[in-house]
Design a protein around this ligand. Structure first.
Ligand code: ARG
Length: 273
């Protein structure tokens, strides 16, 4: 099958202040050495990979004291030009919510300031017609209701049960409007059944591919940018006509993040029409 890429618009944040100084997920071990210089180099390559594929990348200024701000996906959720701000579960990341909201407001976007805890596209993945919404560790069910009201799209709540896969985007990726890939073991029994019903032909990740964060991927409908260690997923994607594009993001994985975590999709009204 021939796949067509649609050019995308992303927001990213250079990991100038990246470090692992606290632990809010099982990947984060502050006692281990991080090499922020390597994080910047790896992140630069990710950015160049995306621009090289024809995508537009905007940048937000990194703020000192916010070592996780590189994970732009958590900064907000934007659909059809409307922005739902993020409201972080943990106080260490709380100031990132207003920082990202200000970026959008300064550019004239309508920002709805979230009432309930949600971590942006970490837990909200938009397929083009429905919003897949994670809960269990970070984003709350109340937020799912808030998002449904705000965006006016169907919201499908999915419960995560394994703390290593604490955000939806660590366990599931949208490949195209009607195609996804995911790791069933990260979800509750009920959510697994719901996913199987909605996406009977989904790509299923092995334990290995999930553990190297291969599902934390950025797809434009043809090219799928993801951790190069996810070789099983890459083979499955190739069989379906996608083009896997491997990137090395080992430094960011020390904080529990990879390619998708670093990119927030800007879906303006123009892009939607
Ligand atoms: N250390 C960050 C946290 O635990 C990593 C966030 C990764 N972002 C993502 N979209 N999954 O909050």
């Amino acid at each position: 099958m021939l796949r067509t890429a649609r050019p995308r618009h992303y927001l990213m944040c250079r990991p100038t202040h990246f470090d692992v100084t606290y632990s809010i997920n099982p990947w984060m071990r502050p006692e281990k050495l991080t090499e922020p210089g390597i994080a910047v180099t790896q992140w630069e390559r990710l950015r160049q990979t995306l621009t090289g594929l024809g995508h537009q990348v905007e940048l937000i200024d990194p703020l000192p004291g916010l070592p996780d701000m590189v994970f732009a996906a958590n900064g907000a959720t934007m659909i059809d030009g409307t922005v739902l701000s993020a409201k972080f579960r943990h106080e260490q990341r709380a100031p990132e919510g207003p920082a990202y909201a200000d970026w959008f407001a300064a550019r004239g976007y309508r920002v709805h300031h979230a009432e309930f805890v949600n971590e942006g596209e970490g837990d909200y993945l938009f397929t083009g017609k429905r919003l897949l919404a994670g809960t269990g560790f970070r984003t709350t069910l109340r937020s799912h209701e808030e998002a449904a009201e705000l965006f006016g799209h169907e919201v499908v709540g999915l419960t995560l049960v394994n703390p290593r896969f604490y955000h939806l985007d660590t366990a599931l990726a949208i490949l195209d409007d009607d195609e996804i890939m995911y790791y069933p073991a990260a979800f509750s029994v009920g959510s697994r059944a719901r996913l199987a019903e909605l996406y009977p032909d989904a790509v299923i990740a092995t334990d290995h591919d999930a553990e190297v964060f291969g599902l934390n991927a950025v797809s434009d409908g043809r090219n799928v940018v993801m951790a190069e260690q996810a070789v099983g997923l890459a083979a499955q994607l190739r069989e379906r006509g996608y083009v896997p594009v491997g990137v090395e993001l080992s430094e960011l994985l020390k904080s529990g993040g990879s390619a998708k975590c670093c990119t927030l999709e800007l879906r303006s009204v123009e892009a939607a029409s």
